[in-house]
Design a protein. Sequence first.
Length: 74
Amino acid sequence: MYRSAHRSRSIGRGKKTGLTHDPVLTPEQIQRLTVSCEVEPFDGDARLFRLGVEAERLGLAYEYDPFFSLSIAE
């Protein structure tokens, strides 16, 4: 969250859509915010988590080497 004298900006990513949202909030809007849960549950599918981590790893590798996919396709 970034704050200025009269406004704040919060950056978040949708869990289902993956879309990034970065609205600028007024102090009144911040007062109305609620926390959905205190602790994140760890009851998800471990295989899907590993698949997501691998996808992020490949995405980061592509950032540094655009021909990365060619190097692992041999």
